[in-house]
Write a protein that binds this ligand. Structure first.
Ligand SMILES: [Zn+2]
Length: 554
């Protein structure tokens, strides 16, 4: 497709309009996007005549009643390219005094030029160059969304004339910056459309921005998306007055040993296809105490972010469990040594404290509660889950608080009241996806990817590098890795699974397709200096996106 002046103007205009619709993630504001898509569908003759080929797919059970806007261009044959993007953005708090202008790029850039907030050197340079568009969502990712939308308008004209080869499905997803409610619901919509229209999905094409490879001017094309799980650790100790410290066991002691063992642990750095995952780190650590008193807290907990590429979830959790057991042993040994000194100082005879390391997965705790309390436990857990679900839906409880509530409720039904560490998985879960996991079915996409890279070089002198999206993305929900048994593990150990949070694995397996991400150059995403490179936005990225679509379909 020719990227002519009219198309360039169209992309820029659409981007500025869409950025102006502030759709902060995880809030009711996301639904503002619906009107934008509705009027966009209505602006195209193709969909005026074929209203059944565009719509808003309501996300089942979504507490904010969000939907997935979608539209389908039907041409000859079953081959289908899916253009996907997310329409939520992170909030604008970072803009401080310019918050009101965050979604108005023109006014924002004027205010920045007037020096109304301090800019770092690179941002100031980019602002002065006039080559960048600043504003919340310009790069992440309404710019990419509008490239897809403007191209789709052109393909709609081709489809209208009956000359379109293959099919193009465009979908807009909410909640990507939060827990991907849109991405996780998408397989259900795609399955329905596949069955209704006899589609064969050849490629999922996302348009998240890319930054240059560190220290180079090389852009990135993404051929995969990193996986992520969040193990949660709940340590229950034994309560005592701080003056009788050896009568109790402080769960803070146990948790801090766990953090020391697991935070940035090198054993969990993972790599595949030349991509290396960052080491895991704790995002949360807290005891259960709400007010001051002189007792040891009864429990403490924390969770960590683990990103992975080749390791299975079971493998990761095996390492995590082993380190927890070591941590527990060491915590007890520390206390014992201290107790020995204390006793000796008073002239007494050292003796062994009663503590035993006890680490279990939530699935094991659940089985124990069932054994000890039977049906009564299952009934009360179901009731508690219902109540917890309502609190999460109304925003009164976070998913982490909900996870704690489930563990605590289960512990109440276990007879053994001794100190224990329970390990569970909490939402969200992003499966790792990569075209290298698919054998033959990705050949077409892999070839297209190589040709895109060659074309970018010959046309623009851009030297693209293949990489993975390492900040998580919705692409996780468009391909199913055929090799792992992670599904079962997740189902058995993820708290709230099926009640409040789920991924439709069966539909995902059915619609699974190769993935690619070609997006414009973006800088400082999620910061007040977020900006997109205009030349990529209006020319280079749309050119390469159209090239990819046509390589697959034409
Ligand atoms: Zn994004």
């Amino acid at each position: 497709m020719m990227i002519d002046e009219a198309l360039k103007e169209r992309i820029e205009k659409l981007t500025l309009d869409f950025v102006g619709v502030y759709t902060s993630t995880g809030t009711a504001r996301e639904r503002r996007a619906e009107g934008f898509y509705r009027s966009w569908f209505g602006s195209m003759g193709y969909f005026k005549k074929r209203a059944e080929l565009a719509g808003l797919y309501e996300i089942p059970g979504d507490h904010l009643n969000r939907s997935i806007p979608w539209c389908l261009l039907k041409g000859a044959g079953s081959a289908t390219v899916v253009l996907l993007h997310h329409y939520d953005v992170v909030d604008t708090d970072d803009y401080k005094s310019l918050q009101d202008l965050a979604t108005e790029p023109g006014e924002l850039m004027s205010a920045l030029r007037e020096g109304r907030v301090e800019l770092d050197e690179e941002s100031a340079h980019d602002l002065k160059s006039g080559k960048w568009i600043f504003g919340r969502g310009t790069a992440d990712m309404k710019g990419g969304a509008c490239i897809q939308m403007a191209l789709l308008e052109r393909y709609a004209e081709i489809a209208e004339s009956g000359a379109l080869q293959g099919n193009i499905l465009l979908i807009g997803l909410p909640d990507e910056e939060n827990i991907s409610a849109g991405g996780r619901a998408a397989p259900r919509l795609l399955k329905r459309l596949k069955d209704e229209h006899g589609l064969h999905y050849e490629l999922a094409l996302n348009a998240e921005p890319n930054d240059r490879v560190t220290g180079t001017s090389r852009p990135e094309i993404f051929v995969g998306s990193i996986g992520k799980i969040m193990p949660l650790f709940y340590a229950r100790g034994k309560l005592s007055h701080a003056g009788m410290v050896y009568d109790g066991l402080n769960p803070i002691k146990i948790m801090s040993k766990i953090v020391e063992k697991l935070d940035v642990i090198a054993d969990l750095i993972d790599s595949a296809d030349g991509v290396v995952s960052p080491a895991p780190t704790f995002l949360y650590l807290k005891d259960a105490k709400n007010i001051y008193d002189v007792s040891l807290p009864i429990s403490a907990s924390g969770y960590m972010n683990v990103m992975f590429l080749k390791k299975s979830v079971g493998e990761i959790m095996g390492i995590v469990t082993e380190k927890c057991a070591e941590a527990f042993e060491e915590a007890i040994a520390d206390v014992q040594r201290s107790f020995d000194s204390y006793v000796k100082a008073g002239g007494g005879e050292p003796r062994a404290l009663p503590w035993k390391a006890n680490v279990k997965l939530y699935s094991e705790l659940h089985a124990e509660a069932k054994r000890d309390s039977g049906e009564e436990f299952e009934r009360s857990l179901a009731a508690a889950t219902l109540d917890i679900g309502e609190k999460v839906a109304s925003g009164k409880m976070s998913l982490v608080e909900a996870s704690h509530a489930v563990i605590e409720h289960t512990l109440l039904h276990v007879r053994d009241a001794s100190p224990v560490v329970v390990i569970a998985l909490v939402p969200p879960y992003y499966p790792v996806v990569a075209n290298s996991m698919l054998s033959q079915s990705a050949e077409h996409a892999n070839r297209a990817c190589d040709e895109i890279i060659a074309r970018a070089k010959s046309e623009f002198g851009d030297d693209y590098v293949k990489y993975y999206l390492v900040g998580m993305s919705d692409l996780s929900y468009f391909m199913k890795n055929p090799a792992t048994g992670d599904d079962e593990y997740i189902k058995n150990n993820m708290l709230l699974w099926g009640d409040i949070y789920d991924i439709p694995f069966d539909e995902l397996r059915d619609i699974s397709m190769p993935v690619l991400n070609i997006g414009p150059w973006g800088k400082d995403i999620h910061e007040h200096t977020e900006r997109v490179f205009r030349e990529d936005l209006v020319n280079r990225t749309p050119y390469l996106t159209a090239f990819a679509i046509e390589k697959i379909l034409f």
